[in-house]
Design a protein around this ligand. Structure first.
Ligand SMILES: Nc1ncnc2c1ncn2[C@@H]1O[C@H](COP(=O)(O)OP(=O)(O)O)[C@@H](O)[C@H]1O
Ligand SMILES: [Mg+2]
Length: 325
């Protein structure tokens, strides 16, 4: 069937290495809203540091991995992803259905206004756990290979924890070794800017280019630290965050058992990664907390975990409560 793509210059927010613009796809007399994702070959952005060399160089090839995984997940029964329009996707251009036209909104936009529907926590846990099961499944992911080196990406994600643990490098090394201890594919981009949610709390996930190999134990903390940050920043009241984190944890744990101690440690590491320098952190997250007090709060949770040896979800929630007032 003949189809025609009309690309606008209206750009979507939320991308780091790609440009995503709105477009319309005309097909068999019908028009639908799509987006065109394009990745520049050598990404250069003012917020990139010397530590981002790997990402900058790999960006173009991560685009192709992103599309391959998106393609493999098209008819997955549990993992909801944007529809891929293969006929118009080529090179570093991917055309997908615009989730905004299907009643979904970027999860980040709902999070910063504390509007996430109650089912979001359970559905996000189901989605991310099912995604991990799909990534494990060789019949779905045959020949899918990560672009980025796991050690490089993991060291980037644990960079702040590394610095804060200079006095206890053995603890840092254990953390890094745990993350590298499994060899299956790992989704490390479970971020509210890579997920969309509708009024019912159904969750859609996208942006798979940075998949590496590593331990699935990282997944719950990778996502929930964003909820922690929203709580510390004051956009999500503590009791809402507590319920969200608990619902997510229990659901994920029912599908892929969580090792509690590692969840707590990865959460603290992820929290300082996002919040210590507030690098790339959405300014809308600060409603009641000043940025400087949020930075201190993030560090304080980290100290509870690593200096006071917090190892349980309850201890972690207690620390979050004390630091989010
Ligand atoms: N299918 C889609 N429909 C609507 N918006 C989208 C879609 N895919 C991506 N976007 C928007 O574009 C942003 C960047 O896309 P993403 O795939 O995450 O690229 P990047 O690799 O740059 O992070 C997302 O945060 C989202 O706001
Ligand atoms: Mg993204």
């Amino acid at each position: 069937m003949k189809s025609k793509l009309k690309i606008s210059d209206v750009q979507k927010d939320g991308g780091v290495v790609s440009d995503v613009v709105e477009a319309q796809l005309e097909q068999g007399g019908e028009t639908q809203d799509v987006v065109v994702k394009r990745t520049r070959k050598n990404v250069e952005a003012p917020h990139f540091s010397y530590a981002d060399t790997a990402l900058r160089k790999a960006a173009a090839r991560t685009h192709l991995l992103d599309r391959t995984i998106l393609d493999r997940l098209q008819n997955h029964p549990t993992v909801l992803v944007p529809r891929l329009h293969s006929a118009h996707s080529r090179g570093l251009q991917t055309v997908m259905t615009d989730f905004n036209s299907q009643g979904f909104r970027l999860m980040q936009d709902m999070l910063v206004t504390n509007q996430l529907p109650p089912k979001t926590a359970v559905n996000a846990a189901r989605t991310l756990a099912a995604l991990q099961l799909a990534l494990r499944d060789k019949s779905i992911m045959a020949k899918v290979k990560p672009i980025e080196n796991s050690v490089t990406q993991i060291r980037e994600r644990l960079a702040e924890a590394h610095i804060l643990l200079y006095g206890h490098l053995e603890v840092y090394r254990e953390l890094e070794a745990k993350l590298l201890s499994e060899k299956g594919l790992l989704y490390t981009d479970g971020h509210p800017k890579n997920m969309a949610v509708n009024d019912k709390g159904d969750v859609m996930v996208f942006d798979f280019g940075r998949v590496i190999t590593g331990s699935e134990q990282y997944v719950p903390a990778n996502f929930l630290a964003h909820i922690g940050l929203a709580c510390i920043g004051g956009v999500m009241p503590y009791d809402v965050a507590q319920n969200f984190i608990t619902d997510f944890y229990v659901t994920f744990n029912g599908i892929i058992p969580i090792e509690e101690k590692w969840f707590v440690r990865f959460f603290a590491a992820e929290l300082v990664h996002r919040g210590l320098a507030m690098r790339w952190v959405d300014p809308r997250l600060f409603k009641s907390a000043r940025e400087s007090s949020a930075k201190l709060a993030v560090y304080s949770v980290f100290l509870d975990v690593f200096d006071r040896d917090y190892t349980t979800l309850n201890q972690l929630l207690g620390s979050l409560k004390n630091n989010s007032k």
